[in-house]
Design a binder for this molecule. Structure first.
Ligand SMILES: NC(=O)c1ccc[n+]([C@@H]2O[C@H](COP(=O)([O-])OP(=O)(O)OC[C@H]3O[C@@H](n4cnc5c(N)ncnc54)[C@H](OP(=O)(O)O)[C@@H]3O)[C@@H](O)[C@H]2O)c1
Length: 338
């Protein structure tokens, strides 16, 4: 079977290689990866900017796969089922602990950018039936992260104001899920054109952060001085102080990323006296993925796809992740249906 391996640092070190076909253990599933989608994490690992994982490494954590063989003790799935592998395989439910976060697909564990993959039956969820293979391959990383951020972490309720920053995959899923939950969305972006696109997804208030770098003031104006109930912060760096200023008393800031910088200064008096909940999140549980799938099926949510690439064009797909006009998930078709 064909695998795409990261052999060194940088996208130029991605190489196709043949590997022996894996065999499922007693409770294992042999998966044929139909489509995969990329995350910022994959690019950061490839560039040597995230973790230090042994090479060669098969990248990728998000996929739609078909079960093609099962071990004799498997009871959750049968051959032919469409599944998504869980990207944090040992985190099944409840809060995470040290052991449940250790293994992640695409670093340190082998990822999904290969034709076949064996996982335990506990390490997959049934894909939403109404989504195409490309759409279902787009859910795992950004989608489940957005789901966890709003619920359980922020306990979002209908009518609340949610701020999403930029138009990356996490923010687009957060926007769609917030709308599904009946919340009101304030979206920021440095691109006027992309703001128009998030309007069509249901964002009620748009802030051009290139024109209005002090975007938190605009959030306060929109919310009559009260502040947003939830800010989902993917920027970090100096932007975190703005997120704190944009939140209402008792509001929640879910810190997910650090696109604007890996460290931030926290104004503790402001955070403490305003009783803010500042939480972080890394990894995703199978239980949260299953709840997310149910919400998709009930609400007819469809992931936004930026572009679809063939497996042979994987380099082009990776390069697309850094494009200024990126909007949605970058999908790679690995073994599409005939
Ligand atoms: N904690 C977790 O479990 C978890 C899970 C998934 C992702 N993440 C992290 O969350 C972040 C976002 O991921 P993603 O996949 O949504 O990213 P993405 O698809 O690469 O998009 C990021 C978007 O953010 C905006 N942006 C980028 N750099 C910026 C900057 N310096 N200042 C202001 N805006 C900027 C841009 O939107 P505009 O062009 O519209 O401004 C860009 O399109 C990443 O740091 C990623 O590592 C964390």
């Amino acid at each position: 079977m064909k695998t795409l391996q990261l052999t060194g640092i940088g996208l130029e070190s991605l190489r196709f290689a043949d590997a022996p076909e894996p065999r499922p253990g007693p409770r294992g599933l042999l998966l044929r990866i139909r489509s995969a989608s990329l995350n910022f994490r994959d690019l950061a690992i490839a560039r040597g900017e995230y973790g230090s994982f042994a090479r060669p490494l098969v990248l990728g954590s998000d996929a739609l796969a078909e079960v093609i063989a099962i071990g004799p003790e498997v009871s959750r799935f049968t051959p032919g089922d469409r599944v998504c592998p869980t990207d944090t395989p040992d985190w099944i439910s409840g809060p995470p602990d040290e052991a449940s976060l250790r293994r992640r697909l695409g670093g340190p564990a082998p990822g999904v950018l290969q034709e076949l993959l064996c996982v335990q039956e506990s390490e997959a969820v049934r894909a939403p039936a109404a989504l195409s293979d490309d759409e279902a391959a787009s859910l795992s990383g950004a989608g489940v992260t957005a789901w966890q951020a709003l619920n359980p972490l922020a306990s979002l309720r209908a009518g609340q104001f949610v701020v999403v920053q930029g138009t990356g995959a996490v923010s687009l899923f957060t926007l769609q899920l917030a709308r599904l939950a009946g919340a009101r969305v304030i979206a920021t972006s440095r691109s006027r054109a992309k703001l128009e696109r998030v309007r069509t997804l249901g964002a009620e208030h748009l802030i051009d952060s290139a024109q209005t770098p002090e975007w938190q003031r605009e959030v306060l104006r929109i919310t009559d001085g009260r502040g947003a109930d939830v800010v989902v912060d993917v920027l970090g760096g100096a932007e975190l102080a703005r997120s704190i200023a944009a939140a209402r008393v008792g509001g929640t800031i879910v810190v997910l990323g650090f696109l604007a910088g890996p460290s931030a200064q926290l104004a503790l008096p402001a955070a403490i006296t305003r009783c803010l909940k500042i939480v972080t999140s890394g990894g995703r549980s199978r239980e949260n993925f299953q709840d997310f799938v149910r919400a998709i099926e009930a609400g007819a949510l469809r992931p936004v796809i930026d572009s679809v690439h063939g497996f042979a064009d994987a380099q082009t797909a990776f390069a697309r992740l850094g494009a200024p006009d990126l909007f949605g998930k970058v999908v790679i078709r690995i073994a599409p249906r005939g």
